[in-house]
Design a protein around this ligand. Structure first.
Ligand SMILES: CC(C)(COP(=O)(O)OP(=O)(O)OC[C@H]1O[C@@H](n2cnc3c(N)ncnc32)[C@H](O)[C@@H]1OP(=O)(O)O)[C@@H](O)C(=O)NCCC(=O)NCCS
Length: 184
């Protein structure tokens, strides 16, 4: 059984979620600010959803499907968000996804966390490509992708239906060769 990693960064630590985090996850991920820009976060975010979600993380990592980590402040271990890499071993690629609580936005936290998990994905998980996508109406997320060196690859028109509305998705990617030569 592999344990989920702990990744230490400048201001943040990426660590496994624990069941003590359910309340803060419900508070932050349950905010419409996070729900409206993501495709798989339920809204309203009912009691029990965070526990059920956290309980999937160990098996998902062990079975090589998904690495999900809490984004926490180094100083006080406060959970401020979540970050993940969905792993496709057949193709050696991974999908980066994240959310940061509204009260913590625009401090560069997502950028720092994304750099940290992307480094882990290339150097430890040995992936060859990381991709990510965001809703067309969510430029802040695209900014994070650009800031970590990902390249814009294209827009899939009305690719997802969110709350009854067809939404464009914008895709970004970063290859291992680019990561090695650009040292993001
Ligand atoms: C998108 C999100 C993850 C960004 O997290 P964050 O910690 O605020 O990100 P950072 O501070 O590292 O970077 C955000 C960048 O977007 C910019 N930004 C913010 N709002 C913006 C907007 N409306 N248009 C363009 N850029 C915007 C910020 O200025 C910042 O860029 P800068 O450092 O060059 O000034 C966070 O807002 C979030 O969780 N939103 C809700 C859920 C979500 O969108 N998840 C991603 C789904 S793809």
């Amino acid at each position: 059984m592999k344990t989920l990693p702990i990744i230490e960064l400048e201001r943040l630590i990426l660590r496994p979620f624990s069941l003590d985090d359910t309340k803060v996850v419900q508070e932050l991920a349950g905010d419409i600010y996070v729900a409206e820009m993501t495709l798989n976060i339920p809204h309203p975010y009912d009691d029990g959803v965070a526990k059920e979600w956290i309980e999937t993380h160990a098996d998902d990592f062990n079975e090589g499907r998904l690495l999900t980590l809490a984004v926490v402040h180094k100083e006080d271990d406060d959970v401020i968000g979540a970050i993940s890499i969905g792993i496709n071993k057949k193709f050696d690629h991974g999908e980066l996804a994240y959310w940061i609580g509204k009260k913590y936005k625009n401090n560069g936290y997502c950028t720092e966390a994304a750099k940290g998990i992307v480094k882990y994905a290339f150097e430890e998980l040995k992936l060859n490509r990381i991709f990510a996508r965001h809703l067309g109406k969510n430029p802040a997320s695209g900014k994070v992708m650009e800031k970590i060196g990902m390249r814009y690859e294209g827009l899939l028109r009305q690719h997802a239906k969110k709350w009854g509305v067809y939404e464009d998705l914008m895709y970004y990617g970063l290859l291992k060769d680019e990561y090695d030569s650009e040292k993001i």
